[in-house]
Design a protein around this ligand. Structure first.
Ligand code: GLY
Length: 298
């Protein structure tokens, strides 16, 4: 048996139906890969590439813009085998940052490469680059101009005047038929972010974590809250030390986030038995999952 969950962000989501349709197409493709014997790490990378390539999600193409009107991307991937991990932050022009993270995991002696060095590494490993115009959509320019003129750093896809926002990031967690877990997370971050700002998504143990002995986790939400509570590792530790299921650990992790920092976030979790967990402290979350052959209600 295998399991897969993917997500496309949390918040108040006005176009949920449209986003869920996209999520379910990718979920079906990823589930078919798992059924055909693909590894968990191949499947989470594949699902996140599909989300990065879709401009409706805040990752890769269609990411939010920073203070200077540019797209800067963060991503990380983790394999539950030997706690292998790769991460990148603040990169520009890389079509699929999640593939850069995987290449760092597999082809470098390091875990985390940022900025120009990461871009050079991507170039030397033949990863696809795209011009700025590929990433920047008119919707994101409008959103950025509204944030600039209001003098605020907004937290993602919010329409002007929304009291709650959609905190976009994409992610996937999977268990394959060999009992291996993997997690992947990718984001453009937050609207009008300051140069150099990095959130939780590329930080191992915050926005992403996987260990074959416990669970795989991908987070979404306000990066600063997730970083301060080291949310993904907090959830994995609840499985490891308290024997919780994926759902119990996801719920307890989000409870802790709310208690400690009044945090706004969501998580998807698959444990080593293929059980699934989803929890969020925002009004809504976009996700879909197939857990040990059973499709989750969304
Ligand atoms: N959770 C994505 C970010 O805060 O950058």
């Amino acid at each position: 048996m295998s399991s897969l969950i993917i997500h496309g962000g949390v918040g108040t989501i006005s176009n949920k139906k449209e986003l869920l349709e996209k999520i379910h197409v990718i979920l079906k493709e990823g589930s078919e890969m798992l059924s055909s014997g693909a590894s968990a790490v191949d499947v989470v990378e594949y699902c996140v590439i599909r989300l990065e390539d879709d401009e409706f999600f805040n990752a890769g193409k269609g990411s939010v813009l920073n203070e200077g009107g540019s797209v800067e991307l963060d991503a990380a991937i983790m394999s539950g085998d030997f706690l292998m991990a790769g991460a990148t932050a603040g990169v520009r022009g890389i079509k699929n940052p999640i593939s850069l993270a995987r290449t760092i995991m597999e082809k470098s002696e390091h875990v985390f490469l940022v900025g120009a060095g990461a871009e050079d590494f991507a170039g030397s490993h033949g990863l696809k680059k795209m011009p700025d115009s590929y990433f920047v959509t008119s919707k994101r320019v409008e959103q950025w101009e509204a944030a600039k003129s209001a003098g605020v750093t907004t937290l993602d896809h919010a329409e002007k005047g929304d009291s709650e926002k959609k905190y976009g990031t994409v992610g996937a967690v999977a268990l394959d038929d060999k009992g291996k877990l993997a997690a992947a997370t990718s984001t453009g971050g937050i609207v009008n972010k300051k140069f150099g700002r990095v959130g939780d998504s590329p930080i191992i143990g915050a926005g992403v974590y996987a260990d074959n002995n416990t669970c795989a986790v991908s987070a979404t939400g306000i990066g600063e809250h997730i970083l301060r509570t080291v949310l993904a590792k907090d959830i994995a530790d609840r499985v490891r030390f308290e024997g919780m299921t994926a759902q119990e650990a996801a719920q307890k992790g989000i409870d802790y986030l709310v208690e400690q920092v009044d945090g706004k976030a969501g998580v998807i979790v698959i444990d080593k038995n293929g059980k699934c967990g989803v929890s969020f402290s925002t009004p809504d979350m976009v996700y879909g999952g197939v857990c040990n052959g059973i499709t989750m209600e969304t």
